[in-house]
Design a protein around this ligand. Structure first.
Ligand SMILES: [Zn+2]
Length: 317
């Protein structure tokens, strides 16, 4: 278990399940004229407690997982990297854990992009939904400094960049211990330093890369963004980390995680975004849902249900 894993688990003796990833394939589908590909960076395996037990009894969260046929103690978070090809652009959304080997068997994104026929040199744009380690770890190496997508323009929310660049980012409502918070700050600083002038600042409502609208979705982090990806009548909503795991936060949007910077705002945003995706009957991709992370959302009782989309239900390319 590496240092980041210990910090998140709160215990160096926490047992950790290791799984050899089998996600070597690329999942291809079409959104209007946009060709989309999902590859997996791997998985993070995180303990129910303390990550998801701050706003619910651990037994309740475990019961929700078991009801979905999942492990009661360890939550498996997929790392779905989405590539969009539209006109002459190749756009990557979030980059996985990369060099950080963050809490499990991951960091395979770069190799899997290559085996899917996508050269890192060809990536024209990289959009980061926020600056947490499992989303920015794959942008490059720190020593020596080297970007994995050297020809790409990178996009970060201006609020997100300002938050992590501030002298004392407010992490007071997060459950992480001080050492853990410092690691999150360090990783975000390293990412911003590595990107330098390449990090274009974006804001709510801005259209980028010809086919994407940036939508502010604060709470997980202050500058967390989701993306409305559209072509013709087709659209896909990239949910970022609006939800961490569908089995936990769809039925219970109030079960914010320990890494939400503002758990109350995270719940509010979660409800707004999921209501909107549900009423629009839009296709969505959830970064941490089971590979390839595609689904639709419907309402049930006080919460929501995630309906994974299988291959037969969407257009392949
Ligand atoms: Zn994440």
């Amino acid at each position: 278990m590496n240092v980041l894993s210990r910090l998140l688990s709160g215990s160096s003796s926490q047992t950790q399940k290791q799984r050899v990833s089998s996600m070597s394939d690329a999942y291809r589908f079409q959104i209007g004229e946009i060709r989309a590909t999902v590859v997996s960076d791997g998985q993070m395996l995180v303990p129910v407690a303390p990550i998801y037990s701050a706003f619910a009894a651990k037994s309740e969260v475990s019961a929700a997982l078991v009801a979905s046929g999942l492990d009661s103690e360890i939550v498996e978070l997929e790392l779905n990297l989405l590539v969009l090809e539209f006109n002459s652009r190749k756009i990557l959304i979030d980059t996985g854990c990369g060099r950080l080997a963050f809490y499990g068997d991951n960091g395979h994104g770069l190799a899997r992009l290559k085996s899917a026929g996508i050269s890192p040199d060809e990536i024209t744009d990289v959009i980061l939904t926020h600056l947490h380690p499992d989303h920015v770890g794959g942008i490059g190496d720190v020593q020596p400094q080297r970007l994995h997508f050297p020809n790409a323009r990178h996009y970060v929310s201006e609020i997100e960049a300002a938050y992590w660049n501030s002298e004392h980012p407010d992490m007071s409502r997060q459950g992480l211990n001080e050492e853990g918070k410092q690691v999150f700050r360090d990783v975000a600083h390293q990412a911003l330093s590595l990107l330098g002038d390449r990090a274009m600042r974006v804001k709510d409502g801005q259209r980028i890369c010809e086919c994407i609208e940036v939508i502010s979705a604060p709470g997980h982090t202050p500058g967390h963004i989701i993306l409305r990806i559209g072509s013709g009548h087709d659209q896909l909503i990239h949910l970022g980390d609006t939800i961490h795991h569908p089995a936990i936060q769809m039925a219970h949007p109030n079960w914010s995680s320990e890494v939400d910077s503002d758990p109350t705002l995270a719940e509010q945003t979660r409800r707004q975004v999921l209501s909107s995706v549900s009423s629009e009957q839009s296709l969505a991709v959830a970064y941490h849902a089971r590979y390839p992370g595609l689904g639709r959302v419907t309402t049930m009782n006080e919460g929501f249900v995630w309906l994974p989309v299988d291959k037969g239900a969407i257009t392949q390319w």
